[in-house]
Design a protein around this ligand. Structure first.
Ligand SMILES: [Fe+2]
Length: 408
């Protein structure tokens, strides 16, 4: 398409559609392209500083877009100005067209696909109880984190934790595993806000409600080097009947991973890294796999692992779903994306650091042969939660034979 034909196309669209609609379409498309680009970029194992800088630039560009379009579309008088390829308006024309394609076609299509996502058919029950930790404590455990002021913003749900009871029916389970429970914790982001009392309250409640058979901690344990010292006193309170496992996430990779692993090991957790363990669960084998990629490499190698064992994978990011499917993982537990942290009514999440963008922002998905649960996690680097409460998940595994639970 030549420059002149682009201009001609713009002029015909301007003549056919009202200016406000063209401006709205361009702004929506621009926002869609920028946020999707940022989401995908954040899936890459780039340095913390590069990502921080990119995020700031990206957000600036998002807000700059409407100003440019206002000029490029000559919002006040679309008919009187002549398009000139050598003017700024001319140079902006290809990008404006791209934004219209994104705004009028791609973004609505992506939104419809997002609404049509199906929960895994293996989910036989999903119940959430919200506990307002601030009310339970009698004060807001804001703490002294760098961004503590955000935690006190009106309507912020950062202290309202969903205790999620998830029942999964998996046909491949040995009969003896009916009722096996897994407590899934992820994304603690220990950095001062929320304060220690927040985590203590949650972990004590988890233990009061029943010691799980297995415990899975799927990374982003700390977000400040100073708060390494919270790991042992907080996580040391957790118990399990059979085994407890932990992996690290990208934020741990930026905060002295070796030291975090040492402290986690002191709590009794088996720190998997990118490796696997074969354990005995009620007389049957289970292969528990850690996947910390892409931030820690190489990926776990399951070539010589027993094929008959049930495969449980702890992967910080849901992006490892393709790897899990190739390696015949039965159940994968993930965090990392925090549900987007801010979810708009109808639209849902916006910023989701994943190569799949918003596709796996939270929930339980089935990509044969893998069932994947993505938790919204407990906290985040920024203590902000709107329409997206923190989550602790207790997973109950059931076999097909337990018909009372699945209504058969
Ligand atoms: Fe995280």
């Amino acid at each position: 398409m030549t420059g002149q034909s682009i201009i001609t196309l713009l002029q015909s669209l301007e003549a056919a559609l009202p200016a406000w609609l063209l401006l709205a379409g361009a702004c929506i498309g621009h926002g869609f392209l920028m946020t999707t680009g940022l989401n995908v970029l954040y899936a890459w194992p780039l340095s913390h500083n590069v990502l921080r800088l990119t995020r700031k630039i990206d957000i600036l560009v998002i807000f700059l877009g409407p100003v440019l379009f206002f000029y490029a579309l000559d919002f006040f008088d679309t008919r009187t100005l002549q398009w000139r390829p050598d003017s700024l308006r001319g140079y902006l024309a290809p990008y404006v067209i791209l934004c219209w394609i994104a705004g009028f076609v791609l973004a609505p299509l992506a939104q419809v696909l997002y609404w049509l996502r199906r929960q895994a058919p293996q989910v036989a029950g999903s119940a959430r109880r919200t506990v307002d930790v601030a009310r339970e404590l009698g004060f807001k455990p804001v703490g002294r984190g760098k961004r503590h002021a955000l935690a006190s913003l009106p309507g912020n749900q950062v202290f309202e934790v969903d205790f999620h009871e998830l029942t999964l029916v998996l046909p491949q389970l040995p009969a003896g595993w009916n009722g096996l429970s897994i407590l899934h914790l992820t994304d603690l982001h220990l950095c001062g806000t929320p304060d220690r009392a927040f985590y203590q309250t949650i972990f004590e409640r988890c233990m009061r409600e029943g010691v799980p058979d297995l415990l899975a901690l799927t990374g982003d344990v700390v977000d400040s080097s100073w708060h390494h010292r919270w790991i042992v006193p907080l996580l040391g309170r957790l118990r399990w009947n059979i085994a407890g496992f932990a992996i690290l996430g990208n934020h741990d990779a930026w905060r002295d991973a070796k030291a975090i692993r040492r402290r986690l090991a002191r709590t009794g957790l088996d720190v998997l890294g990118n490796s696997s363990r074969r354990i005995d669960v009620r007389g049957h084998p289970m292969l528990v796999v850690g996947h910390e990629g892409p931030w820690f490499t190489p990926n776990p190698n399951l070539e010589d692992s027993p094929a008959d064992a049930f495969r449980l994978c702890l992967s910080h990011t849901p992006d490892n779903i393709a790897w899990a499917r190739r390696n015949k993982v039965d159940l994968m537990l993930s965090g990392h994306v925090h549900g987007g942290q801010i979810r708009l009514p109808l639209i849902g999440s916006i910023f989701v650091p994943s190569r799949y963008s918003r596709r796996y922002d939270f929930g339980t998905f089935f990509e044969a042969p893998t069932v994947m649960h993505v938790s919204r996690g407990l906290a985040g680097q920024h203590p902000l939660r709107y329409g997206c409460r923190p989550e602790v998940t207790r997973i109950m595994l059931r076999t097909h034979s337990d018909k009372s639970l699945i209504g058969l």
